[in-house]
Design a protein around this ligand. Structure first.
Ligand code: ATP
Length: 510
């Protein structure tokens, strides 16, 4: 299946089963905005809950807040977003299509990277089990030549961006012979900067004085509340503040489904530390985040770390956790060592001290910050795309199954009376009642049992409980598991514990 087909299938499955709909679809939709349906919002809530639990509940020194989307406009001057939250954009004069210049260059690099992977695959074919990939990558002349060309492109791009030299970015695009994917031409405009913040007017105040922004990141709501939380919560450094909330960016190009939206949700945690300890904490949070992802079982081979080439204006170290989406490896989460840039800048612009007094050493300082920032919608896409599987079963039947990690599945259990009479529906509803307070459960009595199983497979329900005539005598039910399709007879009294052990959040923390 091509990458494009893979994504298309996921988009159509997501719509058909109530996970994600295009926004305001009856008016033909709105570009880069999506609505989460009845199952999508359950899945989203479960991802949030997993993140929040791991950050706020499992760490004594991390607390959560929920700040307003609107903030005093000076916030965004202090944070650097008014002056520097730009993407370099470029248009192709023949197709009139607009691109991010940095993305054109990144895509070009990805093509060279793919060639390296092909060289490695060839080497593997030639040498078989004796193949030493690390040695091959370090010595093969083709690989070395290609890698040197990637390094050179990165160097030139970094230099151009650091110098704010947009002419040099355009020159690099021309030098690499990058063509517009639509027109195939190299007829480019100059590169210009485009600010990604949405703005609107506050109340009845018009003109510059009334301009207010929709926050482009949740982080600043945490920085401006640093002292409020530290004082009211009597927090001692090191400590963290976590938040889940909407962010808005007027993305130049927003394709690829919920991967890049103009309105999206972030799950961020800013960890306040003593200056000088940032390298240690940066490594700590890289490791912690890796574990969080790994526990989901989406496959460690689908993740990789990518160090930033060009550091943002606030960072002294930064990397992305990339995920193997249907479109290839792309950023899922960022881990940034933000120094004291934000708090210092807010001190300057507000005239208020944002310091920490260390009661032991008796020093007062502006804390440094290491942050982890993950896009909830991108995590949703990572879960959905890695879960989507089409299978041919023994006997030639086909099924589409979403192998969503059970603890995140939108519906945890389906309760199915074998037939619609003889007291089986009543018994099934009793069972449903005993589980629904803890887990999202569905009741289904329509169609043959096999078809009902398929419907549950298609939405990723980990367990189906079937109530049959024997149930009325032995007070036991048949439980069918989604992935292996194995069936077990379980006593009704044991069901709550049985279900919890298989689909509870705790399964992710063992
Ligand atoms: P990109 O390079 O893909 O534009 P970014 O580096 O600007 O992303 P950050 O500012 O580090 O992203 O934001 C943190 C996280 O927020 C990202 O890792 C991503 O998961 C999410 N995110 C950022 N922009 C979007 C968007 N337009 N739509 C959905 N999620 C987003």
């Amino acid at each position: 299946m091509s990458q494009e087909d893979g994504l298309k299938k996921i988009i159509s499955h997501a719509k058909e089963y109530g996970f994600v709909f295009p926004s305001s679809e009856i008016y033909d939709g709105l570009s880069a905005a999506y609505d989460y349906g009845q199952l999508g919002s359950e899945l989203k809530n479960n991802i949030k809950n997993y993140w929040w639990t791991s950050m706020v509940r499992m760490n004594d020194n991390i607390v959560g807040i929920d700040a307003a989307i609107f903030m005093h406009p000076t916030t965004w001057k202090a944070s650097g977003h008014v002056d520097a939250f730009n993407d370099p954009l470029i248009d192709n004069k023949d197709s009139n299509k607009r691109y991010r210049a940095d993305v054109l260059i990144e895509d070009h690099i990805a093509k060279i990277d793919k060639k390296i992977d092909k060289d490695v695959a060839k080497g593997f074919k030639r040498f078989g089990d004796d193949f030493n990939e690390a040695e091959f990558r370090a010595t093969n002349p083709n690989v070395l030549r290609r890698q040197a060309s990637i390094d050179e492109i990165n160097r030139k791009f970094k230099e151009a961006m650091n110098d704010d030299n947009l002419a040099a970015v355009k020159a690099l695009i021309e030098e690499l012979g990058i063509v517009c994917p639509i027109s195939g031409s190299k007829n480019w405009t100059d590169v210009r900067q485009f600010n990604l913040m949405f703005n609107t007017e506050l109340g009845a105040v018009s003109g510059d004085a009334g301009i207010i922004y929709l926050r482009p990141e949740t982080a600043q709501g945490i920085f401006v509340n640093y002292l409020n939380v530290q004082k009211s919560g009597r927090m001692k450094i090191p400590f963290g503040i976590a938040q889940i909330g909407k962010a808005f960016r007027n993305e130049i190009i927003a394709r690829q489904f919920i991967f890049r939206m103009r309105e999206f949700e972030q799950m961020e945690m800013q960890f306040f530390i003593k200056p000088g300890t940032q390298t240690e904490w940066y490594e700590h949070w890289k490791e912690e985040r890796k574990k969080w992802h790994s526990a989901l079982g989406l496959g460690d081979e689908n993740y990789r770390f990518h160090d930033h080439i060009k550091l943002a204006h606030y960072a002294d170290a930064a990397c992305d956790i990339e995920f193997n989406f249907p479109m290839g490896f792309k950023e899922l989460e960022g881990i940034h060592s933000r120094t004291d840039f934000d708090l210092k800048s807010h001190e300057e612009f507000s005239g208020k001290k944002l310091r920490y007094f260390d009661p032991e050493s008796k020093e007062s300082y502006v804390p440094y910050v290491v942050e982890t920032s993950i896009g909830l919608d991108r995590m949703f896409l990572a879960v959905l795309s890695s879960a989507y599987t089409e299978e041919t079963l023994e006997g030639g039947n086909e099924r589409t199954v979403l192998r969503i990690p059970p603890a995140l599945a939108p519906v945890k259990v389906a309760v199915l009376p074998l037939i619609k009479k003889d007291g089986l529906p009543e018994k099934a509803k009793e069972i449903l009642k005993s589980i629904r307070l803890k887990h999202n459960v569905q009741y289904d009595e329509k169609d043959a049992i096999g078809r009902r199983y398929r419907r549950q497979d298609a939405i990723g329900t980990p367990l189906c409980i079937t109530v049959d005539h024997d149930t009325l005598n032995d007070d036991a039910v048949t439980v069918r598991e989604r992935d292996g399709m194995t069936q077990e007879r379980i006593a009704i009294v044991d069901l709550p514990a049985y279900v919890e052990a298989r689909v509870g959040l705790e399964t992710l923390f063992s």
